[in-house]
Structures are given as C-alpha cells and as structure tokens.
Design a protein. Structure first.
Length: 188
C-alpha cells in the first residue's frame, strides 16, 4: 500500500478533461441552486475547489492522468456524504453550509437575533413601567424563556446579552443587567 501511494504521488498528476470540467461546473451550479429558493447559500467557491480536489484524488487512486466524469461523480458522492455528517441543521434536517463556515446554522442565527430584539423590547418595556434599576440575570433569563415559543439555552441568552452590550444598549455584570442611560457607555 505504501509503494502504491508513493508511486501515485510521484508519477500521477491528473488533469481535468473538458467533459469533467463541465460536469464540475454544472454540479457546482446545481449545488448553488438548491439553497437559493430558501434564501440560503448551500455552496461557496470553496466547495467547488473541494469537488475538484476530490475528483483529482479519485483519478490519482485509479492511477489515471486524466480526471474523468466518473471521478467527478465519485467526488460529488463523497462530498454529499461529508455534508450529511457535518452540515445538517439539527432543527430542520437540511444541509446548511453556514454551519461549516460559522459553526451556527442560519436558523440559529435568526433565532439569536430575534432573542436580542426580544430582550431589547423587554428592557424598554420594563423601563417604561418605572422598573429602571438593574435586573438579575437569572430572573431576566427565566422571564424571557417564559415569553418565548422557542427553546432558549443559557448560551443563546448570554450571546444576546453580549450583542446588546456591544450595541451599548445595556450593561451586564456577572449577576445583573441594566439599560444604558443617556450619556453613559461601557467605557465610563
């Protein structure tokens, strides 16, 4: 096996045939179309590069100096299997390439942004009812969880708090949260 691999590395440099190149391009375009209707990007140029490398590797395994359509098909199959294992959104069961690039699915990002808006609305509402002082984080977390239809984890809550801190909307300590008042910022 070592000799086989060594031989392939040394003497085999597969080049794309025209038909394999066209198949790669059409496969990539098809991957892009899959998510376009749902407002998601399901393939980036990096995925095209991956398909090319997989097809070249398959041709090299066959000790062929030409990347042919069968190599592209096998590369696509391997890519799909890898996506199924690494980029499935657990909530929707669909492939979401954003998980690979950001670690968070598009749906999860939307949920986190919605949570930050809910927190902002809650804090404004609280301020208008003369409850202007700080609120305990645990109390706030429990109240937001009760108001939400979605399941909210502590990590999501903490991320929303951080996002609102970055906007200078609120100030959070280890145990409390309060809105920033006019003329005040995190840097005072």
């Amino acid at each position: 096996l070592r000799d086989y691999i060594s031989y392939a590395r040394t003497f085999v440099s597969p080049q794309l045939t025209e038909s394999a190149g066209k198949l790669l391009i059409s496969s990539y375009v098809e991957m892009r179309k899959v998510g376009s209707g749902k407002g998601q990007i399901t393939a980036y140029p990096r995925q095209l590069e991956s398909l090319i490398r997989l097809a070249e590797a398959h041709a090299k395994i066959r000790l062929s100096n030409k990347v042919e359509e069968l190599d592209v098909e096998e590369g696509k199959r391997l890519y799909r299997e890898a996506l199924k294992q690494a980029a499935i959104d657990p909530k929707t069961g669909r492939v979401d390439v954003a998980i690979l690039t950001t670690g968070i699915s598009a749906g999860e990002r939307r949920l986190r942004a919605d949570l930050a808006q809910t927190l902002k609305h809650y804090m404004k509402e609280r301020k208008s009812t003369l409850s202007k002082g700080p609120v305990k984080k645990d109390t706030l977390f429990n109240e937001i969880r009760e108001r939400s239809d979605e399941r909210i984890s502590r990590d999501m809550f903490d991320d929303a708090i951080r996002a609102l801190e970055e906007e200078n909307f609120l100030i959070a300590t280890h145990q409390t949260v309060r809105m920033v008042t006019l003329g005040e910022s995190n840097f005072d």
